[in-house]
Design a protein around this ligand. Structure first.
Ligand SMILES: [Zn+2]
Length: 271
């Protein structure tokens, strides 16, 4: 048996480097951005058939992170939140600042990978790449709610989550994100076991809202769907309260981003 103690040393050699427009750690969005990963020529053969994947796990080394921190507040998201241990968070700072990012692979050419959703600053060393497999998906995990203070950031995170689930940026996706934001304002965490959701509308809206709420049809039964192409409505229920959101149609693409809730929706809250 090999003894593993605190003096056990591991040597890692980067296999590549991140090239990004984000030169400053504080400017990297929590939802990540478009980046180019250059794999060093001696590791290029490791990329054989990588283009068969749409999504990858990127492990990188956050070389600018602090390594002497064990508890922190997720301040980039919401400085009003309590402290968490670094192993209970995805924070940059940790004894071994190994980052794990799920990215979408957009293009491969030679030793270059174009990806989106990577939350790394320019110059970040890449340690490893692994494919993301569907059998690894936990559709409705239990997680604490690290709720972003700003609605704008919540909208960005919901957009990312909805796109990962629904895979196309259609009008229903934008509508679903706006509905989910309203539900989040009223009830908080959308994957709460007590929150039930009924969707009356087209399949795209139902799919987006299911992806955002992680509400399953059974075990526990949280999701109900009635296909209806004449309306766009979601009804959220929790602890006796009910929020009914009905879209006023039609809406233009820009309005999804800039119109206020009452311009987009008829909102009825009942307790
Ligand atoms: Zn769609």
């Amino acid at each position: 048996m090999i003894a593993c103690n605190e003096n056990y040393m591991i040597t890692l050699k980067p296999v590549g480097i991140v090239m990004s427009d984000y030169k400053d750690v504080d400017r990297v969005p929590v939802t990540g951005g478009n980046c180019l990963i250059e794999i060093f020529p001696e590791y290029k053969d490791g990329l054989l058939r990588i283009e068969e994947n749409s999504h990858l796990w990127i492990q990188s080394w956050f070389h600018k992170a602090k390594r002497d921190i064990l508890k922190t507040v997720p301040g980039k998201v919401n400085s009003n939140l309590p402290e968490y241990g670094v192993f209970s968070l995805r924070a940059f700072s940790r004894p071994n600042p190994i980052a794990l990012s799920l990215v979408r692979l957009k293009r491969v050419k030679d030793n270059l990978l174009w990806v989106s959703g990577l939350d790394a600053v320019d110059g970040t060393p890449v340690l490893d790449i692994k494919p993301y497999y569907e059998q690894e998906i936990v559709f409705s995990p239990v997680t604490p709610y690290i709720r972003p203070l700003k609605r704008e950031m919540r909208q960005k995170i919901f957009m990312k989550q909805a796109l990962l689930h629904h895979q196309e940026k259609c009008n229903e996706l934008l509508l679903g994100v706006r509905m989910a934001l309203l539900a989040d304002d009223h009830f908080g965490q959308l994957n709460s076991e007590e929150l039930k959701l009924t969707v009356n509308g087209p399949p795209c809206l139902a799919d987006v809202l299911q992806g955002l709420s992680n509400a399953r049809l059974a075990n526990p039964p949280r999701f109900r769907y009635n296909e209806n192409n004449e309306m766009r409505q979601s009804i959220w229920e929790k602890n006796g309260g009910s929020l009914k959101i009905t879209a006023k149609l039609p809406v233009t693409y820009d309005e999804f981003f800039y119109a206020d809730d009452h311009q987009l929706f008829i909102i009825e809250f009942m307790e």
